[in-house]
Design a protein around this ligand. Sequence first.
Ligand SMILES: Cc1cc2nc3c(=O)[nH]c(=O)nc-3n(C[C@H](O)[C@H](O)[C@H](O)COP(=O)(O)O)c2cc1C
Length: 251
Amino acid sequence: MNNYTNNLLNRKTIRKYSAKPVSDETLNDILIKGCRSSTTGNMQVYSIIVTRDAEKKLELAPSHFNQKMITEAPVVLTFCADFNRFNKWCHARGADPGYDNFLSFFTAAIDALLVAQTVCIAAEDIGLGICYLGTTTYMAHKIIDTLNLPNGVVPVTTVTMGWPDEDPPQVDRLPLEAVIHHETYSDYSISDINIFYSDKEKRNDSMQFMKENNKESLAQVFTDVRYKKEDNVHFSKMLLQVLKDQGFMNQ
Ligand SMILES: Cc1cc2nc3c(=O)[nH]c(=O)nc-3n(C[C@H](O)[C@H](O)[C@H](O)COP(=O)(O)O)c2cc1C
C-alpha cells in the first residue's frame, strides 16, 4: 500500500495546530492540486478565500461560534459556491447566463465541496492537519459581510489548516455494509439498525456523551443537543434568505 492510500485510511481531524508556519509555497502547491478536482462542465464555479491575517480571523471567529481553530490555525480557507465570475465572463462575451436559480447554487456548492475535499487530501498527504467547520452554512450572512462576498457568491464550507499539535485517536465509522448498497437501495430493518449502530453505541465516548447530557440514547444526544430541530429550522430559513439575497432564487 503506498503512503497516499495509507494516509487516507489513517487520517483524522486535527483541531490543535503548532506554531510552525505553513509557507506560501506549501499552500500554493496544495491549492493547485485542489483545483485539479472534477468540476461541473469545467466551469470552476467556486472561489476559495484564504485568511491568514490575525485580525481577519478574529473578525471571522464569531461566525464560527468562536471555535478556537479559527484564530489558532495559521490558515483558514472559506470555500464558496461562485457564479459571479462565470456570469461576468458570460456578460462580457455576449452570452446570457441563466444561473440565478437553486440548481445553479447546488451545482456551484458541489464544485466548491469537491475542491475543498481535494485540498484537504493534498494537505493531509504532506502531514498537515485540517478541520472542516460546519458553522459556515449557519452563519453565511455574516461571513458574506466579513469576506465581502458579492452577489452570486455563497460560502459553503470552511477548513482550518496547520501542522498538527495533537494526535487524537481515530474516531469510529459505521461498518462498510451499513453505507453500501449493491445495485439497488436495500432499506434497513430495525435489526439492521441495531447491528450497524451497536459498536458506536457501545463506545466509551458515546457513553460519556450520554452521561454528560443526561440522555437515554446516543441518538438523543444528536436530536436533542447537537443538531436540534429548532436550530435546523432557524438556520435553514437564514440560509434560504442568503440564497435569495445572493441571487440564486430568481427563477
Ligand atoms: C461538513 C463538516 C462540518 C464539520 N464541522 C465541524 C465543526 O464545526 N467543528 C468541529 O470541531 N468539527 C467539525 N467537523 C469535523 C467532524 O466532526 C469530523 O470529521 C467527524 O467527527 C469525524 O472525525 P474524523 O474527521 O477525525 O474522522 C466537520 C466535518 C464536516 C465534514
